[in-house]
Design a binder for this molecule. Structure first.
Ligand SMILES: [Zn+2]
Length: 303
């Protein structure tokens, strides 16, 4: 049986790949973040029923060529050859895919992007990420970075207006003013604090926005302007048929509608249908994508 895992900063979710291609989730346990031995033991425990092969969707950057992972939320994985080391510890073949790529693959094969040539799946959650699938094939690119649109500075100090009142936030990648630092849920919170001097969670900001608060409206406007400008460059570069979204912010349909409208207003092609939409696998793209990845890497579903 092929076992699939979705390993994030909070939980390790596990499930078994079914013959129909779906992944049935069986359990979730907390992710040990700081101790490699504890991490291996937790994966072993979650993998107790695994009998043949293991496919893992992993949060954070993962370079398939070198096998090196860099997961900000799970420091004990930093710089390790996770695939090789886990495989040795478990005594089973292990294949690892980045979580944004797993989500994009799930959407392209079985979700909103089914039968569409270019699918760019994005994650708008605690961070900003993405994955590109062209004609059903995942594009990983040089160094595995394809789809990582969350990094690269976009904040312009000379922009003027509301945007010039937003601070230049440091990003986890070492640069300042990245899309990730302003376009994520945390980015929305930083923008709000920068503009209004009050610290609210992204949930509170969007709730206030729904209720017509002027301050929250200004925050959401600045947030979506920055996010959609960056996204529009990607749309013009890739020509996606659909941009499915996952991550915490994808649960707010009004916010997604605004992001979709603003993005479509900025791009060269005229999209008649919504382009930025909530993914069919917004909740379980990691597990489902790990299942598709397993079938591709390991071949058949059975023993
Ligand atoms: Zn960055």
């Amino acid at each position: 049986m092929i076992s699939c895992y979705d390993i994030g900063g909070s939980f390790i979710r596990s499930g078994a790949l079914q013959s129909a291609g779906t992944v049935e989730e069986s359990e979730r346990i907390e992710t040990p973040r700081n101790d490699w031995e504890e991490f291996v033991q937790a994966v072993k425990k979650a993998a107790a029923t695994a009998t043949s092969r293991i496919s893992i969707s992993l949060a954070g950057a993962y370079d398939q060529r070198t096998g090196i992972a860099d997961v900000a939320n799970i420091p004990c994985l930093h710089g390790r050859e996770v695939e090789k080391e886990l495989s040795a510890a478990l005594g089973l073949p292990v294949a690892i895919i980045n979580d944004a790529n797993a989500f994009a693959l799930a959407e392209a094969v079985d979700g909103t992007g089914r039968n569409k040539p270019v699918v760019f799946g994005i994650i708008l959650g605690s961070g900003v990420g993405g994955g590109l699938v062209i004609n059903g094939d995942l594009v990983t690119g040089f160094g595995g970075i394809a789809g990582e649109w969350g990094h690269g500075p976009i904040i312009d100090p000379a922009a003027g207006g509301t945007l010039s009142r937003i601070g230049h936030f440091a990003c986890g990648c070492g640069l300042v003013g990245c899309v990730d630092a302003v376009g994520s849920a945390r980015g929305m919170e930083r923008i709000h604090s920068s503009l209004h001097g009050t610290r609210l969670s992204s949930r509170e900001i969007t709730r206030d926005w729904h209720q017509g608060s002027e301050e929250a409206t200004e925050t959401v406007d600045a947030f979506t302007t920055l996010l959609c400008r960056a996204l529009s460059v990607l749309v013009n570069t890739l020509g996606p048929d659909v941009i499915p979204v996952s991550g915490g912010l994808s649960n707010d349909s009004k916010l997604l509608e605004l992001i979709d409208r603003k993005t479509r207003d900025l791009v060269l092609a005229s999209y008649a249908e919504p382009l930025v939409v909530r993914g069919d696998f917004a909740q379980n793209g990691g597990l489902h994508g790990a299942g598709i990845f397993a079938r591709r890497i390991f071949g058949s579903v059975g023993e």
